[in-house]
Ligand binder design. Structure first.
Ligand code: LAN
Length: 728
């Protein structure tokens, strides 16, 4: 495919190739910052050889020898580690692609396009490849996430991204995708976020975008719907979005934009009634239909408020919002909370401070932190990585298999420990209260400390890993007591009145705020909720902490745990299951719930809750010994199997749950572990199966390292309990 030449800005557009040379890609890990580099020079290629991890990520042959066939669970763990150690990155952490959502690349490309950021040809080529690889084979469109059915959101946005990358509208795959888009009614049926991005681009007119008034940020803090009370991801997207909406800013109208105006709609651009389409949405996109109250509010803000919106108030709101954007940029060194607010903050800085500003330059650099290259091409990750989270779990898996003292794994684990040591967040942010941030001193985030957002369960999992490993003979004590106490102090701020814990912050608003959910494509996004996974992770961390430090804040911890456990019991469904919000789905939450109950001494023998939890899982075991869960479980709230059969990851979660619970019958567990072992490849790896993670009920996200971490943990726990025997 050749880039177009029928457009004045076309000369600035990247030159697309079929494919790049995969032997030239390298992933650089600078203290947990992951960026991909394409080496154009032959000399560089020689000086910086491709690592085994690079090859693995890129799908190139690693040429590893076959390992002795695993006969026992620990053989299998050893083989798994033998493989997985090659993926450890120099600072001691693990990384991986973190794709799934199909709405991230388009936001970035629109931002690059309107900020006139040149896109290198190798980047454009591989993004194009990824997007085509992830088009649905039957209709050529795209869904909300990689396994989802085509929607207007996915199809209109990814089609647009491909056009901006230089793909011709006559390319057969584009014709097919456009046909699918038109069959669904065209881009006027897109959800709010798509209408927003298309207006930024100049393909839609701003009148089609439901209002995002920055004035919300001027409300006094006591107002029950003030954005500071929203779930952090919503308010941090709302923030720059409100700035850009208020400015009604659009990029340059180039010939390509004029063409897109012809391609994306089913009626002629000039005839479209933009206001009248603000609330039109295709049913496939409408996961969370807007409430009548919200629609009324939108009507008032669009039709009445403009008469009262004095310039000074608008200015004041924009100024304050921009200050908050600057605080977010400063507190994260422009990494930003995530891949949606990142590009939006970038654009807001461009609008406010102009193309030459430092902020614009730094944002531009930071976009690289979200990008990842794999065999299918280049994608945009859901965060700037999974560094702390996956590293903490890997350490725990090896500990659970009792292998940490084996000299063979000491260098690997020591490096992993050093990484967590380096990544602990040591200070609260400046102006914490003014920019509505949560205390974070002593915490860990999900990705790295540049991003620096603490999460309740990320603190917990990292803390557990550190606590045990640095007490294991042969390992250094890197975190002195005070740093552990800092983590505990922060962790203890996370409990809600209900006893449960949410993700980034304790819940700040009422669930009635869901009435203001205007994103349409996601569910349960407006506030923080209690999550069984997060709550249980905190409980297990506190239980472990008390073992080592029985005195420190003992009363607080005791009451925290009691209340948390009461919540966990309440959160159990009548059938014995727990609903998982961050992994798919009931198997994931079941694992966390039963682990935390075990940590306070509740097992199958003495607890009705545990028994019911086990019975639920056992009732879902398949004839081949495995478990299989589809993302539909998350959407529907009902256990649903994946059409492709048993999954290694869900099977491992279920085994861990049963082992934690001391389920009395080992036969089902053995059967499951045999399935896991039978899926292990001769070089020790497990292959990617169906998607594992979720957010906001409707969007799925990949956790590729789970297929290593959790099978090894399950196998190791079994061997520790029953001995390392060959499975019958
Ligand atoms: C994540 C990733 C990690 C995840 C866990 C730690 C696993 C969870 O237990 C708590 C919540 C958290 C931190 C989480 C929250 C939402 C995230 C950041 C994501 C699922 C990764 C991507 C997602 C983010 C919202 C994607 C951008 C999309 C928007 C709707 C803004």
């Amino acid at each position: 495919i050749d880039s177009e030449v029928n457009d004045t800005s076309a000369s600035k557009r990247p030159k697309l190739q079929e494919r790049t040379d995969y032997t030239r890609w390298r992933m650089l890990d600078e203290a947990g910052r992951h960026t991909w580099h394409y080496l154009e020079d032959k000399e560089d290629v020689e000086e910086w050889p491709q690592s085994l991890a690079d090859k693995y990520f890129l799908g190139l042959p690693m040429d590893l020898p076959d390992l002795p066939t695993a006969k026992t669970p620990l053989d299998s763990v050893k083989n798994g580690l033998e493989f997985f150690q090659h993926l450890q990155l120099p600072p001691g952490n693990w990384g991986c692609e973190y794709g799934g959502p199909m709405f991230l690349i388009p936001g970035l490309i629109v931002t690059w396009s309107v900020t006139e950021t040149p896109i290198p040809s190798h980047v454009a080529t591989e993004m194009k490849n990824y997007l085509f690889a992830r088009a649905n084979p039957d209709d050529g469109g795209w869904g909300l996430h990689i396994e989802g059915e085509s929607t207007v959101f996915g199809t209109s946005m990814n089609y647009t991204a491909l056009r901006l990358l230089g793909v011709s509208e006559e390319e057969p795959r584009m014709i097919k995708a456009r046909g699918t888009l038109h069959k669904m009614g065209g881009a006027t049926k897109a959800p709010h976020w798509a209408k927003f991005w298309l207006s930024v681009l100049g393909v839609c007119q701003w009148d089609i975008v439901n209002p995002v008034p920055p004035e919300f940020w001027l409300l006094p803090d006591w107002v029950p719907f003030h954005p500071w009370r929203w779930w952090i991801h919503m308010r941090m997207v709302f923030l720059p979005m409100s700035f850009i909406w208020s400015k009604r800013w659009s990029g340059k109208i180039t010939p390509l934009i004029l063409q897109l105006r012809q391609e994306l709609f089913t009626e002629s651009y000039d005839k479209i009634n933009w206001d009248a389409n603000r609330n039109t949405i295709h049913e496939k996109d409408d996961y969370h239909p807007k409430s009548w109250l919200l629609k009324t509010g939108f009507w008032v803000i669009s039709n009445v408020y403009p008469y009262f919106r004095v310039e000074s108030l608008k200015q004041k709101a924009e100024d304050w919002v921009f200050k908050l954007i600057q605080m977010e940029d400063k507190n994260t060194d422009f990494s930003n909370l995530g891949p949606v607010n990142g590009p939006m903050n970038f654009l807001a800085c461009y609008i406010q401070e102009g193309p030459k500003a430092y902020s614009v330059q730094r944002h531009r650099e930071r976009m690289a932190d979200f990008l990842w290259v794999k065999e299918e091409g280049m994608l945009m990750n859901g965060t700037n990585g999974v560094q702390c989270w996956d590293t903490a779990f890997l350490i725990q898996s090896v500990m659970d298999a009792d292998m940490a003292e084996d000299p063979k794994w000491k260098p690997m684990l020591t490096k992993a420990l050093e990484f967590l040591d380096d990544q602990q967040i040591r200070e609260n942010v400046d102006d914490q209260a003014i920019c509505y941030r949560q205390q974070r001193k002593g915490a860990w985030g999900f990705s790295n400390k540049d991003q620096g957002y603490a999460v309740s369960d990320c603190i917990s999992e990292a803390l557990k890993a550190v606590l045990v490993l640095q007490r294991t003979p042969g390992y250094p004590t890197l975190l002195e007591d005070q740093r552990i106490f800092d983590a505990i102090d922060t962790l203890l701020t996370y409990q809600n009145k209900s006893g449960g814990c949410a993700s980034y912050e304790p819940t700040r608003g009422s669930d009635k705020l869901e009435i203001l959910n205007a994103a349409e494509v996601f569910g349960r996004i407006m506030i923080e909720y209690d999550y069984p996974e997060c709550t249980t992770a905190v409980v297990t961390a506190l239980s472990l902490f008390t073992k080592y430090y029985p005195e420190y804040r003992a009363a607080d911890i005791k009451s925290f745990k009691e209340r948390a456990i009461r919540y966990i019991r309440r959160a159990q469904y009548p059938d014995g299951s727990w609903y998982g919000s961050w992994g798919i789905c009931f198997t994931y939450a079941g694992m966390f719930a039963l682990e935390s109950l075990a940590s306070i001494g509740e097992t199958y023998e003495n607890s009705e809750h545990v028994r019911k939890g086990c019975e639920f899982l056992i009732s879902k075991q398949r004839d081949d010994g495995g478990w299989s869960e589809s993302y539909r479980s998350c959407e529907r709230g009902i256990y649903t199997e994946h059409p492709s059969g048993s999954q290694v990851v869900m099977t491992a979660w279920s085994c861990i749950a049963l082992l934690e619970a001391h389920y009395p019958d080992r036969v089902p567990i053995e059967k499951a572990l045999k399935l896991i072992m039978s899926r292990q490849q001769p070089n020790g790896e497990w292959l990617q199966e169906a998607i594992e993670g979720v957010f906001n009920k409707s969007c799925m996200i990949s956790y590729p390292n789970y297929k290593f971490i959790f099978p090894m943990k399950a196998l190791g726990m079994f061997a520790k309990r029953y001995g390392d025997i060959a499975l019958p």
